[in-house]
Design a protein around this ligand. Structure first.
Ligand code: IVH
Length: 696
């Protein structure tokens, strides 16, 4: 008997020791996962640790302590940041690359505003900080919320972390009377601080960061603010979001006001009236670049006057009143080992250079795009060549040119295949097109797979936990072959012999999270849905316009099918939408003719709730839903501004007068369109009438 007791005792002791180890290990991994965003073990391994702990506690309930992870339900910090919807969207910037682009930018502004050539338009120029943008909301002078940019509409709540940044005031006494003041700027890390941080991490055996930007982004996105507090973060303020009272009349005044509020603004700054002055500012800042203790990747030019900014508004995701002038890309020379051909979502065959890995601008590059066969020919690139490559910001690296001196004579000429390397279908080049395309459609795995990746991507369905790698895996396992399969995945998974949660690298937690994010996306706004379909040439801006004009997916479908008839009103309406020309229209119409697509569409409609998308401001305007034609010379604004304003108020703008036209706005010297309007009895408005109408 003693033996047995002894044995039991021993087992209990071992269990107790193991229990202690497990508690410690699970706590450590909880912290890594939740607080540091840097798990060291797979979810499956984590789950098995927990399971072992639970089993021990079942057998030896005496071992259950209060601090056991099995008892601490709900104390783990949230696994995610909560979402913040920006009251005013956080935009991105268009780019200019050359002097000519800059001239075009300035000319567009002048035309849009209809400002005569002799009148100067002031432009403020400052450094473009390479960090991450953030929006700080102050109510009556108190910092109440800080958010990341996210997709521009919705960001993440990083208030607790931002409170640890010394550059950011918690209170602005001078703004105590301002109900809402949103200050926007860039969070960044100084180069010197970055160096020290990496040295410290190196010594402590922790992960080091590739560049200051990554270090700043990683630090802001820590779930534990105490970790953020130890990171040397800073911020430069440069613009506003929602404000309940105007802060100055110009960008220049705003800069001073921000400084007065206690924010840092970046030092190199110019206020110019001429393009030459701006180009000089560009040269100057480029010269100062190596001496600045923070990374910049170009300049931002902003129209100084706020009333002009207001009138200029924005297109798609970027303001018309600002643009970025980027510095030339960083370059490097390396060997091109091979050329592979990738097939994209629209079937485009893209030759990709396989490179001897090399560091460019702090990032290791082993692939670069060669765009298409004409480019390869133009640049004279051969397999085995040494090539100059460049990286511009986040853009895919490109092959710029060949280093001819390094040729050995062993280089091989590349021939673009005339069959799709993935499905073997013919790959053809249509007349006037540089791109060769696979004709396999959805039969081609590459196209179907790329379309799926696009479908779940950030600006489309944005399914968290379903990145490219996961989609590829589901594809291989034949679980997801069409978009609609995603929304059946949870049900199908229940019937699998080896459900997802048992896969390598997966666990119950990650599978549950994935299904939750899929469920969350069963309701989607029409513009996102339409963009997700991956129709050729239909980007976010076009998707938004289509959604705004037609309102529902059924209306779009019907209109596109009607528009097949070249004489139809439907086609005329489609072409009247700003930015939709014959080529985009043809792709739209073709998409809705293809039976495969219609099948996917009808299936998706049955699985999802697609919410209408209303153009901003459109709801209660006098011209919402009306079709307007502008003709003649307008005096108070440019034609572009007039059109943009009409569209933003929910009107349709057409180029030709028909019975369906509601208003013809006739400026000076209006000709045949005015005549036609009078013949058809369409209401004709003067520019002043029009302005009065939209002011209501
Ligand atoms: S003004 C677009 N000024 O660059 C709204 N932006 O690539 C006005 N950025 O999202 C922004 N330095 O976060 C402005 N001096 C600066 C900037 C700056 C960096 C960021 C900004 C924007 C991104 C676009």
């Amino acid at each position: 008997m003693t033996d047995l007791f002894e044995q039991h005792d021993l087992q209990q002791k071992m269990a107790s020791r193991r229990h202690g180890e497990l508690v410690k290990a699970i706590k450590k991994h909880d912290a890594l996962y939740y607080a540091k965003d840097a798990p060291e073990i797979s979810d499956a391994d984590y789950d098995s640790l927990r399971k072992e702990l639970e089993d021990i506690e079942k057998q030896y309930p005496d071992l259950i302590t209060q601090d056991s992870p099995t008892q601490s339900v709900g104390v783990a910090p949230a696994a995610q940041f909560s979402k913040v919807t920006h009251a005013v969207p956080m935009l991105s910037l268009s780019n200019v690359f050359s002097d000519q682009d800059l001239d075009d930018f300035l000319e567009r502004i002048r035309k849009f505003l209809n400002v005569p050539a002799e009148e100067e338009i002031e432009i403020a120029a400052e450094a473009k900080i390479d960090g991450l943008s953030c929006s700080l909301r102050y109510e009556h002078g108190q910092l109440v919320q800080a958010a990341t940019r996210g997709d521009g509409q919705t960001g993440e709540d990083i208030t607790a972390n931002v409170r640890t940044i010394a550059d950011i005031p918690h209170e602005i006494k001078a703004a105590a009377d301002i109900a809402v003041l949103e200050v926007r700027g860039e969070i960044y890390m100084r180069r010197s601080d970055f160096k020290h941080l990496n040295e410290r991490h190196e010594e402590e055996g922790k992960k080091t960061f590739a560049n200051p930007r990554n270090a700043a982004a990683g630090s802001v996105r820590q779930l534990d603010p105490q970790v953020t507090a130890q990171r040397p973060l800073r911020m430069f303020a440069y613009s506003l979001g929602e404000v309940s009272a105007p802060i100055g009349h110009t960008q220049d005044e705003l800069r001073h006001a921000l400084e007065g509020f206690g924010f840092a603004v970046s030092a190199p700054y110019y206020l110019e009236r001429q393009r030459d002055g701006l180009l000089k500012a560009y040269e100057d800042i480029q010269m100062q670049r190596p001496d600045l203790d923070y990374e910049i990747d170009g300049l931002v030019y902003k129209v100084n006057r706020f009333d002009y900014q207001e009138r200029l508004g924005f297109v798609s995701r970027a303001p018309r009143w600002a643009t970025a002038h980027k510095f030339p890309a960083e370059k490097a020379i390396t060997k091109l080992n091979d050329i592979l051909v990738q097939v994209g979502r629209t079937g485009a065959l893209t030759p990709v250079a396989e490179l001897e890995p090399i560091t460019v601008g702090g990032v290791v590059v082993s692939r670069a795009t060669l765009h298409n066969e004409d480019e390869i020919e133009r640049k004279g690139v051969k397999i085995g060549d040494h090539v100059v490559i460049q990286r511009a910001g986040d853009v895919i690296p490109q092959v710029v040119s060949v280093v001819e001196e390094k040729r050995t004579g062993q280089e091989k000429t590349f021939v673009m295949p005339h069959e799709c390397p993935v499905c073997g279908s013919a790959a053809v080049r249509e007349e006037g097109e540089a791109v060769r395309r696979c004709t396999g459609g959805l039969v081609c795995e590459a196209q179907a797979l790329e379309r799926l990746k696009h479908f779940v991507s950030r600006d489309a369905f944005d399914i968290e936990g379903m990145g490219s790698k996961v989609i590829e895996k589901f594809w291989e396992e034949e679980l997801v072959r069409k978009p609609q399969d995603i929304f059946r995945l949870e049900e199908i998974n229940k019937m699998l012999e080896h459900p997802i949660e048992t896969w390598d690298g997966w666990g119950q937690k990650s599978a549950d999270n994935l299904f939750a994010s899929i469920r969350a996306r069963r309701t989607i706004r029409l513009d996102r849905f339409f963009y997700a379909l991956g129709i050729r040439q239909v980007g976010q801006a076009t998707a938004r316009k289509m959604a705004g004009v037609y309102g529902t997916i059924d209306a779009i479908e019907k209109a596109m099918q009607d528009a097949h008839d070249p004489e139809s009103e439907a086609l005329r309406d489609l072409l009247a939408i700003d930015d939709i020309g014959p080529s985009v229209a043809a792709d739209l119409i073709a998409f809705f003719e293809e039976p495969h697509n219609l099948e996917i569409l009808s299936d998706l409609k049955s699985l999802l709730t697609i919410e209408p998308f209303e153009m901003p401001d459109a709801t209660d305007s006098a011209v919402a839903g009306k079709t307007v034609v502008f003709t003649g010379t307008l005096t108070q604004m440019g034609r572009q501004e007039a059109k943009a304003k009409a569209l933003s108020l929910g009107a349709k703008v057409s180029g030709s007068v028909s019975k369906k036209t509601d208003y013809v706005v006739a400026g000076a010297e209006a000709g045949s369109k005015l005549k036609k309007a009078e013949e058809l009895g369409v209401t004709v408005l003067s520019e002043d009438d029009w302005l009065a109408l939209i002011q209501k």
